[in-house]
Design a protein around this ligand. Structure first.
Ligand code: ADP
Ligand code: S3P
Ligand code: MG
Length: 186
């Protein structure tokens, strides 16, 4: 686990970023439960608003439109406090989104190797439709996403290696670290 900052603030929002399969959705729920905060996943809101699965939004409307909706939703979420926000893996592509997250909460990078992310997605009992990494060359496409995006994920204040400890421990470890650093108040 790595903390790239030491600023003491009483954050009202935690933004989880990382590759698809890094655990943003799964771990986000647990963090919110432990803190007694609300949980939202930008992908769920996109699906709700568009009346179709996020994968279908991507294939029917295209990535540019999808990113526009994703950014709009991210910005709306700042109206709420005490909330854990699981972003989509591509939310960090936008510099404006990265700046917005930094200014409105604690940014967290759930660090995962491409191989582990890929394996988790293959093994998941509830697979999510992710057209950007679908098809026979899906793993190569995930490598390409990582190569482009890792610099942006690394801008997050807190980095957690999700392969370092059991899935069940990750949420409490993040909270302990955020408390110890003063990002959250007891
Ligand atoms: N150490 C771990 N950290 C996070 N997720 C894990 C871990 N080990 C296994 N998983 C599994 O990997 C999958 C992660 O999927 P998900 O939470 O949807 O990721 P994301 O929202 O980042 O795409 C889940 O099925 C989860 O149970
Ligand atoms: O990496 C991406 O660009 C995407 C990741 C997905 O979310 P998860 O990271 O939660 O899988 C979803 O937003 C969409 O399929 C695009
Ligand atoms: Mg997710």
């Amino acid at each position: 686990m790595q903390d790239t900052g030491s600023q003491v603030v009483d954050v009202q929002r935690i933004f989880l970023t990382g590759l698809p399969g890094s655990g943003k959705t799964t771990i986000g729920h647990r963090i919110a439960d432990l803190l007694g905060w609300n949980f939202v996943d930008t992908d769920d809101i996109i699906a709700e608003r568009m009346g179709m699965a996020t994968g279908k939004v991507l294939t029917e409307y295209g990535e540019t439109r999808f990113r526009h909706i994703e950014s709009e939703i991210l910005h709306e979420l700042a109206n709420n406090g005490r909330v854990v926000i699981s972003t989509g893996g591509g939310t960090v592509i936008s510099e404006a989104n990265r700046k917005f997250m930094r200014e409105h909460g604690l940014t967290v990078y759930l660090q995962t190797s491409v191989a582990a992310s890929w394996k988790r997605m293959q093994e998941s009992s509830a697979p999510i439709d992710r057209p950007l990494i679908a098809g026979g060359d899906g793993l190569q496409r995930l490598h390409n996403l990582y190569a482009t995006r890792h610099q942006w994920y690394e801008e997050a204040i807190i980095h957690i290696d999700t392969e370092e400890c059991a899935e069940t421990e990750l949420a409490s470890r993040l909270i302990e670290l955020a408390l110890a650093r003063g990002y959250l108040l007891r």
